[in-house]
Design a protein around this ligand. Structure first.
Ligand code: DNO
Length: 358
């Protein structure tokens, strides 16, 4: 297992590489070029300059996150071939600089979605990301976008880039009539084109689950249950067609048994990366994010880490979203303190599991 941290780049992150390096047991990053629009090639120069900076700080960069898939690929439009060709160039460029895993998602229009980015947790005054489907009912897609961008403390949020969402109304219209089967068919077309290249250059694609783990705004979503991920694995049968098992995204639906899901896909050699965090259920389609500790949420982090240890011990892990604590102001979900505590806790669980298993 390699413990990693998400970082947005020198000018885009309130957290510095030096701070990340000082978190005990941190091997490297899940890196991100946050200024790249979906469909654009990530050039060698851009990748080299980002990764050189990471290496200079004594950290590795074997995982890159959010190489976003252009909507035309998801919609299966004729222009998709050009965007797929760009995607392939990006895969080749990343591989040249030592990247081994690329995390992406295949969610139409929206990446993750919350109805409140800073919900105060009454017990201790910290705040965290929060979702209540009842609030969505009154909001509608345009409002939620405005709300999310305005409440992100001046930071751009991954998946919520203003230019991508600028054409929101048009894009939502274009998805009308899209069925899950049609979306899966377009997904297969994409995987059939890119996975052979990944095999050639030694990169694994890691699909991130829908977050939250159910369809929203009537858009089809096809990556939020074990059965659906089995179908994704079957679309192109290769270890390079893998998952980023995000415990909090998949776990937002209490019907998903996360330790069992880790074992299922770990045994199939289909977990290339993990996002690990906890969730507190508040009702139907209603939850908030909790600190990482098992006793503070509804997921059993010991059982999750044990399943990783037993079935995919070489995977990359990052503590996922943290709460905002100790008056930190930063990108919602991506402050320093609570994620550092999360990493330390997960490393502690790992050491205990490792020693008990010997
Ligand atoms: C949210 C993240 C996601 C993830 C993408 C991968 O906080 O976990 O934005 O990076 O879905 O493409």
């Amino acid at each position: 297992m390699k413990m990693t941290f998400r970082w947005y780049g020198e000018n885009s992150d309130a957290v510095s590489l030096k701070q990340i390096k000082q978190i005990p047991g941190m091997s490297g990053l899940m890196g991100f070029l946050d200024y790249k629009a979906a469909g654009e090639v990530w050039t060698e120069e851009e990748i080299k300059s980002y990764i050189d900076g990471v290496h200079a700080a004594g950290l590795e960069c074997e995982v890159i996150e959010s190489v976003n898939v252009h909507e035309d690929i998801k919609m299966g439009l004729p222009s998709r071939d050009e965007y797929i060709a760009n995607y392939i160039t990006t895969i080749r460029n990343l591989a040249k600089y030592g990247v081994k895993v690329i995390i992406y998602n295949f969610m139409p229009v929206f990446d993750w979605l919350r109805t409140d980015l800073a919900r105060v947790i009454p017990e201790d005054g910290s705040n965290s990301l929060y979702f209540d489907e009842k609030d969505l009912g009154d909001m509608g897609p345009m409002e939620i976008v405005k709300n999310t961008i305005e409440n992100s403390n001046g930071f751009s949020l991954p998946g919520w880039e203003p230019e991508r969402l600028g054409e929101l109304e048009k894009t939502l219209k274009a998805y009308e009539g899209m069925t899950p089967d049609k979306l899966r068919e377009n997904y297969k077309y994409f995987l059939d084109a890119i996975i052979p290249v990944c095999e050639e250059v030694g990169v694994r694609m890691a699909c991130h689950p829908d977050d939250p783990a159910w369809p929203i705004f009537g858009l089809p979503r096809i990556a939020h249950t074990v059965e659906q991920f089995d179908m994704i694995c079957d679309l192109h049968d290769s270890p390079a067609n893998a998952l980023c098992l995000c415990t909090g995204s998949l776990g937002s639906n209490p019907d998903n048994d996360i330790p069992a899901a880790v074992r299922h896909f770990g045994e199939k050699n289909r977990i290339a990366a993990m996002h690990v965090r906890n969730i507190k259920y508040l009702g139907h389609h209603h939850f908030r994010e909790a600190s990482h500790l098992s006793c503070e949420g509804d997921l059993d982090l010991f059982e999750i880490m044990k399943a990783v240890y037993d079935t995919c011990p070489d995977t990359y892990i990052r503590p996922d979203h943290g709460r905002m604590i100790w008056d930190e102001v930063g990108r919602p979900g991506y402050g320093l303190y609570d994620r550092a505590l999360g990493a330390t806790y997960l490393n502690g669980l790992w050491e205990a599991i490792e020693k008990m298993s010997k």
